[in-house]
Write a protein that binds this ligand. Structure first.
Ligand code: NAG
Ligand code: NAG
Ligand code: NAG
Ligand code: NAG
Ligand code: NAG
Ligand code: NAG
Ligand code: NAG
Ligand code: NAG
Ligand code: NAG
Length: 843
């Protein structure tokens, strides 16, 4: 097994080097530390309790893996232990006896229990990283004794209780990271008086009370990330006073008051995310002085006034999200100068005026959301102006006039919402040129007239079409059968006439998709066309053959019904038997796992409907033995169906539970992804949702992952595998590139590219997996902005699109928050990832 996953963060290396520079000389003088014998005993105890791989059998603990001593040789004084991601479990308290220890990194293991107060005795400890473990209990007050601590990372554990006031003794703290725990109480006031504090990250806890007043006045605070807590009070203006703040993330709290005017003092402020709070007042004009802004998100507050024209001075601004506030006035023309702008989201305000044409000068604009405002007037002829527009949301306004023919120039558009406006005229044939349309075309609740253009049939990627509640007429063109991806259609409340064309997605729709058209007939309306158009409708010349056909159809229906009945009876009996069986087992005292309540389930691929048994999928995830891999976002299991087929069942990590609360949305996304059919993407087969668990089903890949292919030859398995030859590697690389290129075309960031997510089928064709994850990330948490715009690339930080995925994984050096904000969702896997790989299969 390779010692590090390919997704390894290089910053660790950097930190390690940095710390080595700091710690070694200090410890080398080694006078006050424990004697040689002391460290040897402690190290033996640690070896016994934790059993880290690579420790022993030799007695020279300085030679053990991950151990650094002040001076080489047996019995040396230990100054650093670095064992991240080693699968360690057990007690690490023995480390507290290593008196010269300056650096301890046990992050990303499986350590449980409490943090021993004994660590307070380590007066030379500068760096303590216990993040990503399963530590419980309170942070011990005695830790304050470790007064040399500069870097303390306890993120992503299950710590509870308040942050002890005694920790005020940690005067040298520079980085304090305690996010992703269950901490309560308020942020202690002494945090504001730490002279060296640069990074404070406490997001995703249950902290209440105010942000400590004066925070930012005593130190060069650069990163403050407190999202998803229950903080109250206002945003202290002190945060910006010294002008050092670079990242401010306070999303999802209960902060009130105004945005301080001092914000403009921070020239280097690149990220401001203060959405989902109770902020009021106007956005200060001084925001224009924060010229380094790339990302400003203040949606879902109570902000009033206008959109400050001063935003135009933030030349690097790539995302501006002011949705759901009480902003009024027009969108300032000068915003058209924001050449880097990719997303402008101002929905749900009281904005008015004409369509802000000047915004179309932003060549990189990919999302424009003006919905739920009071914009009026016509839509501009060059509505996309050859830009990169992908999401155009203009619904719920008062736009009038027609759809401009220029719509045909929106060659990258994925989603078009024009519903609930005052638009009229015919739908231009040019709509057929927008071949990229994929998510939805919604023109409902307007005054469109005339026939449906035949060209609609060219939209072969479109999944949802809503033209309901207009005044359109004529027959539904049979060309619409070209819409191969259609799942949902709504043509109701128009004046369409004639027979509904026979087309799967139409006939599978609810009747309400076609109702409210007095002269429409056929299925799914269940209206006999004969009853409207007379019995001769379309049958004038077919008198006899018509009757023969009727007889044939009739008998077919009869036979079919009989067969169905028999099958149904048969299945009913089988079910009955199964239930009785289970009951008997329960009565006999056998452990029967109560069949969980299935909330929703589906198989997308028709040919697999029969073969997949949801109960077997659920059961497979209950046995550890079935676990194949433990990835960033999910754990994968191998499930053998009663039919003998093997599928890969991916169980989403519980942190994504909120996804389930939005299951309708999630199901949509999955169905859509199942339609995104590309030879180099792993396609979802189906899903089951029960209780609060979501399982995604995938086809299983015979040849495992690229990671295994590259590293398994020396492994403990069959040993049959050869190192892949160059032509094979090249073809895999090309496959991956094609998969990625396609993803980018449909505007999806993968978020988790690494060899463990590249799967190989029986012919060694490479397919990208975990594609759906970016679509399923919980948009309700502080990460909202990232995930809701996961459909676009390149805006964090500005740079070339290709580098983006990698940056999201690593967390760019100058911008530690991105990693941090993604927080729990972008956990790195423990050890190499092998999502969904199966060795066994049934032929
Ligand atoms: C602290 O731990 C979290 C994981 O819980 C990690 O994301 C973060 O990068 C760590 N901080 C540093 C500076 O390494
Ligand atoms: C957090 O703590 C509260 C009470 O202190 C408890 O009810 C809750 O279950 C805890 N949550 C987690 C995720 O541990
Ligand atoms: C903000 O909330 C606090 C309580 O959380 C309240 O005392 C204060 O009056 C509020 N301030 C404003 C400006 O609404
Ligand atoms: C905008 O971004 C570029 C590239 O990252 C940087 O060089 C420049 O200084 C930034 N502009 C401002 C005003 O911060
Ligand atoms: C627009 O996007 C392209 C490709 O992502 C990038 O190369 C270019 O620098 C961007 N332009 C601006 C002004 O940000
Ligand atoms: C359309 O784009 C061009 C640049 O390609 C720009 O000069 C022009 O002003 C834009 N038109 C509108 C209406 O924004
Ligand atoms: C289309 O927009 C209307 C509101 O204008 C909304 O009620 C409807 O749900 C949307 N249809 C789809 C398929 O999203
Ligand atoms: C809707 O548009 C028509 C012209 O197309 C106009 O006469 C009418 O006043 C508009 N109605 C509203 C409510 O804006
Ligand atoms: C179609 O749209 C109408 C509103 O015009 C709505 O009442 C109906 O529920 C929709 N049907 C479907 C299947 O979404």
């Amino acid at each position: 097994m390779p010692s590090s996953s390919p997704c390894y963060r290089h910053s660790f290396l950097f930190l390690a080097l940095l710390s080595a520079c700091f710690s070694t000389p200090g410890a080398a003088d080694g006078t006050g530390g424990a004697g040689d014998g002391g460290d040897a005993a402690a190290m033996q105890a640690l070896r016994r309790d934790l059993a880290p791989p690579g420790w022993g059998p030799g007695a020279d603990h300085c030679a053990w893996r991950g151990v650094t001593c002040a001076a080489a040789g047996a019995g040396g004084v230990v100054t650093a232990i670095e064992l991240p991601r080693r699968g360690l479990r057990g007690d690490f308290a023995a480390a507290a006896a290593l008196r010269a220890l300056a650096r301890l990194d046990l992050s990303a293991n499986s350590l449980s229990g409490g943090l021993s107060p004994a660590f307070g005795a380590l007066t030379r400890l500068e760096y303590l990283d216990l993040s990503m473990n399963a530590l419980t209990g309170a942070v011990p007050a005695a830790l304050a004794g470790a007064s040399a601590l500069r870097f303390l990372n306890l993120s992503n554990n299950a710590l509870s209780g308040a942050i002890p006031d005694d920790l005020r003794g940690l005067k040298k703290l520079q980085e304090l990271q305690i996010s992703g725990n269950n901490l309560t109480g308020s942020l202690p006031g002494w945090l504001a008086r730490l002279p060296g504090l640069r990074v404070l990250s406490a997001y995703e806890n249950a902290l209440s009370g105010p942000i400590p007043p004066g925070l930012g006045l005593s130190s060069e605070l650069q990163v403050l990330n407190l999202h998803s807590n229950a903080l109250e009070g206002s945003i202290p203006s002190s945060l910006f006073e010294l002008g050092n703040l670079q990242v401010l993330i306070l999303t999802m709290n209960r902060l009130n008051g105004t945005i301080p005017d001092t914000i403009g003092r921070c020239r280097g402020l690149s990220n401001v995310r203060i959405g989902d709070n109770l902020l009021s007042g106007a956005i200060p004009a001084s925001i224009g002085d924060a010229t380094g802004l790339t990302y400003f998100e203040a949606n879902t507050n109570d902000l009033s006034g206008g959109i400050p024209t001063q935003f135009a001075r933030c030349a690097n601004l790539t995302l501006l999200n002011l949705a759901y506030n009480r902003l009024a006035g027009e969108v300032p023309d000068v915003l058209g100068e924001l050449r880097s702008l990719q997303e402008l989201i101002v929905s749900g305000n009281g904005l008015c005026g004409e369509f802000p044409k000047s915004i179309l000068r932003c060549r990189n604009l990919s999302k424009l959301d003006l919905s739920y405002n009071a914009f009026r007037g016509g839509l501009p002829e060059s509505i996309c102006n050859g830009s990169r527009m992908q999401f155009l949301l203009l619904d719920h306004n008062e736009f009038s006039g027609g759809i401009p023919a220029g719509i045909g120039g929106c060659t990258r558009l994925l989603e078009l919402h024009l519903g609930s406006n005052n638009l009229s005229g015919e739908i231009p044939a040019e709509i057929g040129k927008v071949k990229s349309l994929q998510i939805v075309l919604n023109l409902s609740f307007n005054h469109f007239t005339g026939p449906l253009p035949h060209e609609l049939g060219r939209l072969d990627k479109l999944v949802m079409l809503d033209l309901s509640s207009n005044e359109m007429s004529g027959q539904i063109p049979s060309d619409m059968r070209g819409m191969l991806s259609l799942i949902e259609v709504n043509l109701s409340n128009n004046r369409f006439s004639g027979a509904i064309p026979v087309f799967g997605p139409f006939q599978k729709s609810a009747a309400s998709s076609f109702s409210g058209n007095a002269k429409l007939c056929g299925n799914p309306l269940n209206v006999d066309c004969g009853s409207i158009y007379g019995s001769n409708y379309r049958m004038d010349h077919r008198g006899i053959s018509y009757r023969v056909a009727l007889a044939v159809v009739g008998s077919c229906v009869l036979i079919f019904s009989l067969v169905s009945l028999v099958v149904a009876l048969f299945m009913w009996r089988e079910k009955q038997e199964k239930e009785e069986d289970a009951k008997k087992k329960a009565e006999a005292g056998e452990v029967v796992v109560a069949a969980p309540q299935v909330v929703a389930s589906s198989v997308f691929i028709d040919s697999m409907q029969q073969a997949i048994d949801f109960q077997s999928c659920m059961k497979a995830t209950l046995k550890d033995a079935n676990e194949v891999s433990n990835g960033t976002f999910s754990t994968s299991y191998k499930a053998v169906m009663p039919s003998g087929m093997v599928v890969c069942v991916k169980k989403l990590k519980s942190v994504d539970r909120a996804v389930i609360h939005q299951q309708t949305k999630m199901i949509r996304e999955l169905e859509r992804l199942a339609h995104i059919n590309h030879k180099n993407l792993v396609r979802p087969v189906g899903y089951v949702i029960y209780d609060d668990v979501a399982l995604l089903l995938h086809q299983h890949m015979l040849n495992g992952t690229l990671l295994q292919l590259l590293h398994s030859s020396g492994g403990d398995t069959d040993g049959k595998k050869q190192k892949p030859d160059w032509p094979r590697l090249l073809s895999i690389a090309i496959d991956v590139a094609e998969g990625l290129a396609f993803l980018h075309q449909v505007a999806t960031i993968h978020l988790d590219i690494c060899s463990g997510n590249v799967f190989l089928d029986s012919h060694y064709n490479a397919l990208l997996g975990e594609v759906e994850i970016s679509k399923l990330l919980d948009p309700s948490k502080g990460t909202a902005s990232i995930s809701t715009v996961a459909g676009s690339f390149g805006y964090i930080p500005p740079g070339d699109g290709a580098r983006q995925c990698v940056q999201l994984r690593r967390g760019p050096a100058g911008d530690p928050d991105i990693q941090a904000t993604r927080g729990r969702r972008v956990r790195r896997g423990r050890g190499p990832r092998q999502v969904g790989a199966h060795r066994t299969s049934k032929g």
